[in-house]
Design a protein around this ligand. Structure first.
Ligand SMILES: NC(=O)c1ccc[n+]([C@@H]2O[C@H](COP(=O)([O-])OP(=O)(O)OC[C@H]3O[C@@H](n4cnc5c(N)ncnc54)[C@H](O)[C@@H]3O)[C@@H](O)[C@H]2O)c1
Length: 435
């Protein structure tokens, strides 16, 4: 039985709180693809295929031909930032894409200017925002965001919107009583509770306007009982946290391999140098703590030391991020992995990933926007665990550990699409070929 999926018809507004390196690389990338100046490499929705039925059937359509996704031509972008720079200027400053490409796309990019942001320096210590909203309380600010969204939808003829947080990493926060229920949270918004951060105000405004929300940073944001409950009540899909790009992507590719072959690991030292604004923000210990928790969690969950104490019971796992301006967005991530094999003999693996952070993140923004819109049109709401493929710290139901293994995450994502379309789920059992 296939799910009742509402057709796409009309424009999809993609709203981006935080129009820095990732968001501008995403927007410019969409424009480049539309203009035939580049290919959407790294995007499952644009380039991926999905096998259907038995291996002998030879049915592997493109994902975008299998499920109804918004077309790139129907995407309109808007967003907020604490600096009043249009997307062309912000993209130039971010230094990710070539100047020539940005020059070709200049007219489309210059047209997009961020709206004033909801911001408070208590939550991102390194930035001094100048382009920020007034409003006495968080609730008033949420209303101003809701006005922005409604105005944008009307001006661009959008019948649907999705929001992907691409703003800076906020300080480390934990769930407090104000996050426990919708009532407590709404009271907190009215009373300016300090345990509510700007990203939570955006998530609230998104849900209240029927806009699915994904969190690309490790902030707590919508990972609270109150916002999960609100999302379910309003029928809105949400997900997070923290785009899975460079070093953590590598970790979630390598670690499942070690575990599959029962190779022991007793040390994993990861260090990064990066020089973009994200690196500057993460130079603050409180923002770094949020990121560190997100980066550290993956190994434990993949390697399951409680099940394999002899192999993974004593891992020294360290993550360092160093702000080093000469590198700009072209991060370098080094990993030294100490492993051991037969009879405990030690070996080492060194990974030196000279990556480009925003080049890896942009296709994730696109896929999350399109899949969240699909989920919404399919009547799905609350946490979308099938999208954990894209996150370093996937949000899950309470009490459930997150699945970090990239390959299990991909299988889950594709099986969800098969399920939506009433296709047989693929288990890889395969006995039928030998009967
Ligand atoms: N690039 C990656 O590979 C990657 C991977 C995982 C997570 N992330 C996260 O994605 C986010 C964006 O990364 P980036 O490289 O584009 O950083 P960036 O610093 O270039 O962009 C972030 C933007 O958010 C703006 N901002 C901060 N607070 C805001 C607020 N309250 N409202 C609106 N705008 C606000 C900043 O002014 C800045 O322009 C960061 O939190 C980063 O940690 C990035």
């Amino acid at each position: 039985m296939s799910a009742d999926i509402r057709p796409t018809g009309g424009k999809l507004g993609v709203l981006l709180p935080g129009m820095g390196a990732v968001a501008t690389t995403f927007i410019a990338g969409i424009e480049a693809v539309k203009a035939g100046l580049g290919a959407p490499i790294g995007s499952l929705t644009q380039m991926g295929t999905i096998r259907l039925g038995q291996r002998t059937e030879d049915r592997s359509p493109r994902i975008k031909d299998f499920v109804p996704l918004a077309d790139l031509d129907d995407i309109v972008c808007g967003g907020w930032d604490i600096f009043d720079e249009d997307v062309y200027t912000a993209a130039r400053r971010s230094g990710v894409l070539d100047k020539d490409l940005l020059e070709d796309l200049r007219p489309q990019l210059e047209k997009i200017r961020p709206w004033p942001a909801v911001f408070d320096q208590r939550y991102v210590k390194k930035l001094h925002g100048t382009h920020v909203k007034g409003g006495e309380s968080w609730m008033e600010k949420a209303r101003l965001l809701i006005d922005d969204i409604e105005r944008f939808k009307k001006a661009n003829g959008c019948n649907r919107t999705v929001m992907v947080w691409c703003g800076s990493t906020e300080i480390f926060m934990e769930t407090k009583p104000v996050h426990e229920t919708i009532d407590a949270f709404e009271l907190g918004l009215m009373e300016n509770d300090p345990d509510i951060s700007p990203s939570m105000v955006y998530a609230y405004a998104a849900i209240k306007t029927g806009t699915p929300f994904a969190n690309g940073a490790p902030n707590l944001t919508c990972d609270t009982p109150a916002l999960v409950e609100l999302a379910k009540r309003e029928g809105i899909p949400i997900g997070g946290k923290d785009f899975k790009t460079g070093q953590t992507l590598m970790k979630t590719i390598l670690a499942p391999g070690f575990k599959a072959r029962l190779l022991g690991v007793n040390g994993w030292f990861s260090t990064n140098i990066l020089g973009n604004r994200d690196g500057e923000v993460l130079d603050d210990p409180e923002s770094f703590k949020t990121k560190e928790q997100s980066k550290l969690s993956v190994l434990d969950h993949i390697l399951q030391p409680h099940l394999y104490p002899d192999l993974y019971g004593e891992i020294h796992h360290k993550v360092r991020i160093n702000y080093y301006p000469p590198r700009g967005d072209n991060k370098e991530g080094w990993d030294n992995i100490d492993i051991f094999g037969w009879l405990g003999y030690p070996m080492q693996i060194k990974v030196d990933f000279l990556c480009r952070d925003s080049i890896l993140a942009a296709p994730i923004v696109l896929d999350l926007a399109l899949f969240l819109d699909l989920a919404h049109r399919s009547g799905m709401s609350g946490i979308q665990e099938w999208l954990s493929f894209y996150f370093k710290s996937p949000q899950t139901a309470p009490g459930l550990y997150a699945e970090h293994d990239l390959f299990i995450q991909l299988m889950k994502l594709k099986n969800t699409l098969r399920h939506l379309k009433g296709e047989t789920l693929i288990t890889h059992l395969g006995t039928e070929y030998y009967d």
